[in-house]
Design a protein around this ligand. Structure first.
Ligand code: SAM
Length: 277
């Protein structure tokens, strides 16, 4: 069961109104979308993972206020225009993955699923996999990737160890990568697993570039009074959002960043920024 993150805060700060139009750029399991629909508003829901859209379409097929489509939010402007969603009242980006995807997608997104293949693609049409990165990137490229996408302090040692390890055995499963991290970190591997898996997932799915394109597209689509809400889950994503707001002279509605509830593990790292033209 998925719990939408910062639900009340999103609804309040996006100022959801009956009859108005919203885009949920990361519709996922539909937690936020269902709440918006319950207020008699219209929603265009996007997700790049077709299995998320298929599942949601089965539950919500008879809601005339909902349009669902498989799409990368980097193309939000094109997709929205095609569906007649221009001058919209609000757009939500709830970044990252849903708990279901981490557990059930079976593509090596979680370091806990040790038997899974190191794939990590949310969209099977894309070509680059985590396995290819681990088996072909140079030591320098691996170091840059870990440093850029996770700020892992032992990035250099881990990159070196990967290049050494693959000379005798290529990377195939999550377990292979965990063993390399264990070799470098010993008993202190804890958060390094999360950081290295996050860094690879960001690279495979081109997450930072997509976010920048998605925000630019969203800016084209909102009405004069429309609002954009972004929930991010790590400081690197939040930095992109903060910079975007500054560079484009947008107005942040919530003066202080809204933080996830520290008592809820799924919400704790969340940060919400809502802004307008
Ligand atoms: C945290 S979940 C969203 C959960 C949703 N708000 C809910 O309440 O059920 C993030 C979703 O965004 C999707 N996603 C990630 N990157 C995307 C992108 N570039 N374009 C479209 N969807 C994306 C993921 O597949 C995932 O379903």
């Amino acid at each position: 069961m998925h719990h939408p993150v910062l639900l009340n805060e999103v609804l309040n700060l996006l100022d959801i109104k009956t009859g108005c139009r919203y885009i949920d750029a990361t519709v996922g399991e539909g937690g936020h979308t269902k709440a918006i629909l319950s207020m008699d508003a219209k929603v265009l829901g996007l997700d790049r993972d077709s299995s998320q859209i298929e599942r949601l379409a089965k539950h919500l097929h008879d809601d005339d206020n909902l349009t669902l489509t498989v799409a990368n939010f980097s193309e939000i402007a094109k997709v929205a225009k095609k569906n007649g969603f221009v001058e919209v009242d609000g757009i939500l980006f709830d970044l990252g993955l849903s708990w279901d995807q981490l557990g059930a997608k079976g593509v090596g997104l979680s370091y806990r699923k040790t038997q899974e293949a190191l794939d990590m693609r949310l969209d099977e049409e894309e070509e680059l996999t985590a396995e290819q990165i681990l088996n072909t990137y140079s030591e320098k490229e691996l170091y840059d990737l870990f440093a850029r996408n996770s700020e892992e302090i032992r990035a250099s040692d881990i990159a070196k160890s990967i290049v050494h390890q693959r000379k005798s055995r290529k990377y195939k499963t999550v377990r292979d990568l965990n063993l390399t991290i264990d070799t470098v970190m010993g008993k202190n591997a804890g958060k390094t697993y999360s950081r290295i898996f996050q860094a690879l997932r960001i690279e495979v799915n081109n997450e930072f570039e997509n976010l920048k394109k998605g925000l630019s597209g969203a800016m084209e689509l909102i009405s004069k009074t429309g609002r954009i809400a972004v929930i991010s889950f790590h400081s690197l994503e939040d930095r992109i959002v903060k910079q975007f707001i500054k560079e484009h002279g947008m107005k942040q509605i919530n003066k202080k960043v809204v933080q996830g509830n520290r008592l809820l593990s799924f919400e704790k790292p969340a940060k919400l920024r809502v802004f307008s033209l």
